[in-house]
Design a protein around this ligand. Structure first.
Ligand code: SF4
Length: 465
């Protein structure tokens, strides 16, 4: 997906920028980038973080950087931040989102005399497309509003100029953006887990489409938020970091509640509750505490060398990594009836192997309780590395196995009370060799988050846009 972090300070900002950006590392696997503005101009470093973590890659570079304002990015896709020379002046820009109409926008821009230089795999770099549209405005605000209006998909961004930083949240707020403050400095983050250890306190959650300019004058609202919000509900289920808050709602707390709602509707007899590490763990703790059944860790993660939550792009390496980093503990598995909570079942490929390893270690029964409903639709608003093809999603292969073909409109498999839904879930259960499989109901997931349903994007599960 990608993460953004920026700092405006009345002193050097490099240390805060470095650690704040690093706290977004769970959101991307490919590129890391830092740009600062100082008296000499813009100073920028972009590094490949596919095999080495952001912090080790940038440790030497930050010694050469200085400046009182800067932006950082962790990208799952293109090289960023870009530095653009435009009629508005020189600016650096970093974006997170997805542009579905990139080709159409590029054609229009080329027709109007624009050119593109930062190609990504033979395609136009989406961040450069955004920068091109901004440059067409007579002011930054006008250019930013054009981007928000023209893009089909989503775009949250940071723009670093001579004077300060524009913090721009996506028009429908699919991704969050939050401002923190400490004496003499402001920071802007997608993940508020970046704030406590560098001593920022949350000052403001940007609304959907809101634009705040951070400069020596402080915070100025340049574009007011819109009425409609569609923040990604999956942030709370899986993508977000446990110590982060969006819309004032903490991720870890929502995950406990998810587990608790699963337990309230369950009557299965088991010996132990567990979570698939790491993100399944809080859901499992919530279940265990509600059901008053002990929580245990039949799988532990080998964190010294497998610390990252995201997986490599290559499927076979991904499977190997998934296997190697989870170590089973036979004493907690042998002869036991185990219930596992999991954030979600995306394709189920790795999960099937994980479950088989439990049986190999002597598990008597394995029950699974995903914290969200079956995934039926793949995300078309954000770039995620997890759900590449819609037809690979567990819900979709469940339907395919059930009726022998793919269908264009899977809407009749969404209602958990319907026979179609129950049959689809049973196919998934059998393929994964689970004793029982019960998914969270969407209404309970929404209750666990605590925002009204109409403010959340739940498209993955119900296809509602
Ligand atoms: S479709 Fe799913 S992953 Fe994408 S924004 Fe909506 S809830 Fe999030």
């Amino acid at each position: 997906m990608g993460g953004l972090f920026g700092v405006f300070s009345n002193s050097d900002c490099i240390e805060d920028l470095f650690y704040g950006t690093d706290y977004h590392s769970h959101l991307g696997t490919r590129r890391g980038g830092l740009t600062v503005k100082n008296f000499g101009g813009f100073q920028r470093y972009i590094k490949d973080i596919t095999t080495t973590q952001f912090r080790s890659k940038f440790e030497d570079d930050i010694k050469k950087m200085h400046g009182n304002k800067g932006i950082g990015v962790i990208s799952d896709y293109d090289d960023q931040p870009l530095i653009i020379s435009s009629r508005l002046g020189v600016f650096a820009i970093a974006t997170v989102g997805r542009i579905n109409n990139l080709e159409k926008l590029a054609k229009e821009a080329l027709k109007n005399g624009s050119h593109f230089s930062e190609m990504h795999g033979g395609e136009i770099n989406p961040t450069e497309m955004v920068a091109t549209i901004i440059s067409q405005g007579s002011t930054y605000e006008e250019g930013i509003q054009k981007v928000l209006d023209m893009i089909d998909g989503s775009c949250t961004m940071l723009i670093l100029t001579d004077e300060g930083i524009y913090a721009v949240r996506d028009k429908l707020g699919r991704t969050p953006l939050i401002i923190g403050e400490k004496l003499g400095s402001y920071a802007v983050a997608m993940e508020t887990c970046a704030f406590p250890n560098i001593e920022y306190k949350i000052t403001k959650y940007l609304g959907p489409g809101e634009v705040i300019f951070i400069s020596e004058k402080g915070l100025e609202q340049r574009i007011a938020p819109g009425d409609r919000m569609q923040i990604c509900a999956f942030l709370w289920v899986y993508y977000g970091y446990p110590a982060s808050n969006y819309e004032g709602i903490n991720v870890e707390v929502v995950r406990y509640k998810c587990g608790s709602y699963l337990a309230k509707k369950d009557d299965v007899e088991i010996d132990l509750v567990a979570g698939i590490p790491d993100s399944g763990t809080p859901h499992g703790l919530g279940y265990s505490s509600e059901a008053k059944i002990p929580f245990s860790r039949p799988f532990v993660k080998y964190t010294p060398t497998w610390p990252r939550s995201f997986m490599p792009q290559d499927q076979s390496i991904r499977e190997l990594v998934a296997k190697m980093k989870l170590i089973p503990i036979k004493e907690l598995i042998d002869g036991k009836r185990l219930l596992f909570c999991e954030d979600s079942i995306v394709r189920g490929t790795q999960l099937r192997d994980t479950i088989q390893r439990l049986y190999n270690s002597g598990a008597k029964e394995v029950h699974m309780r995903p914290a969200c409903p079956p995934l039926i639709y793949s995300c078309k608003f954000l770039n995620f590395s997890r759900s590449r093809s819609e037809l690979d999603l567990a819900g979709r292969w469940g339907i395919r196995e059930l009726i022998g073909k793919d269908i264009d409109d899977p809407a009749e498999y969404i209602d958990p009370e319907s026979d179609n839904y129950k049959a689809m879930v049973d196919v998934i259960r059998k393929r994964l060799q689970l004793t029982t499989l019960k998914y969270q109901k969407l209404e309970d997931l929404v209750k666990a988050i605590g925002l009204p349903k109409e403010k959340l994007c739940t498209y993955c599960w119900d296809g509602v846009e």
